[in-house]
Design a protein around this ligand. Structure first.
Ligand code: SAM
Length: 296
């Protein structure tokens, strides 16, 4: 742990013996939502017509449930390189957009695990409507106690989830356990920035209570402690901030587009997204991408 971390960050990162899953309650409350699939379908049909095909592509503006949309999922998949027939684990699968994208584009089986019951229900319904239910299994559960046996997966990924995880060590221990020897783990998430605390409320946390941000060096150290070999780890903040600059301007001047994550989260999403983009622009957060391997 670095001496210069803020009290908030220190408190969030301390492995809490026997109680490391305590912050999950507030995280579950933050995301709790009912009737998500119906809202997604209504919004899509209003914009694209009643007869719109329900596919990973048509759902993509809504169901990649984080600030960077399907582009981030494509970048993650390019790192992970799933192969036909692989069994891939999605840790914190949300409403299933990334799982559907990866199952459909790469011909692999995907198991998604998520803490939020309403998101698991939505994911299952959208899997059914896209004809992908046979390829994707969604399980309600915690990243800190994955409902899967040892060495069950060829590859695993987690996108826009680690910000909500206080116990990074427990998260990585579980990911390591369920990967087969030689298996790969790809991570993409918001990390701490050098210029102070981010602006709240944010999409993953309305207050500091559910936000646990680490630096690239800190996640590197945790990956190594868990036993992973690091294939690649980078701070992608500058390029992501540049890519999001026009999106931030558009959001500030024109407001939310017709389709987006606000269909899931509600109108508060505008302020949350603006804060997320300003925090990255002002170096109060970072964008971290990592690829790690469980030794063969
Ligand atoms: C910002 S969403 C990202 C969802 C998805 N990965 C995506 O990219 O579309 C964060 C997700 O992490 C899930 N999550 C947070 N903490 C979790 C935990 N401890 N175990 C499992 N899922 C968790 C939330 O329920 C939520 O669905």
């Amino acid at each position: 742990m670095r001496c210069c971390q803020s009290a908030t960050r220190m408190a969030g990162q301390m492995p809490d013996e026997g109680g490391s899953r305590k912050p999950e309650g507030p995280v579950r409350e933050h995301y709790a939502s009912e009737g998500v699939a119906a809202r997604v379908l209504t919004a899509l049909r209003v914009v694209s017509g009643q007869d719109v095909a329900i596919t990973p592509e048509t759902l993509a503006p809504i169901d990649h449930f984080h600030g960077r949309g399907v582009v981030a999922t494509e970048e993650l998949a390019a790192m992970l390189q799933p192969r036909v027939g692989d069994h891939v684990l999605d840790i914190g699968s949300g409403i299933g957009g990334p799982a559907r994208w990866i199952a459909a584009k790469f011909g692999c089986r995907v198991t998604g695990v998520d803490l939020t019951p309403g998101f698991c229900e939505a994911a299952r319904e959208l899997n059914r409507l896209t004809g992908l239910a046979g390829q994707i299994n969604i399980m309600h559960g915690s990243a800190l106690a994955l409902p899967a046996p040892d060495a069950a997966f060829d590859r695993a990924y987690s996108q826009a989830v680690l910000m909500n995880i206080a116990d990074k060590r427990g998260f990585l221990r579980e990911a390591f356990r369920v990967l087969r020897p030689g298996g790969l783990l790809a991570l993409s998430f918001v990390g701490a920035g050098p210029a102070g605390e981010p602006y709240y409320p944010l999409p993953w946390a309305t207050t500091t209570a559910t936000s646990f941000l680490v630096t690239p060096d800190e996640i590197r150290s945790e990956l190594l402690t868990a036993g992973f070999q690091i294939v690649a780890l980078r701070d992608a903040s500058a390029e992501v901030a540049a890519a999001l600059a026009p999106v931030l301007t558009q959001l500030e001047t024109e407001g939310l587009p017709p389709l987006g994550e606000h269909v899931v989260t509600g109108e508060g999403a505008k302020e949350w997204r603006i804060n997320a983009m300003r925090s990255l622009r002002d170096r109060r957060t970072s964008t971290i991408e990592a690829l790690a391997r469980k030794p063969a």
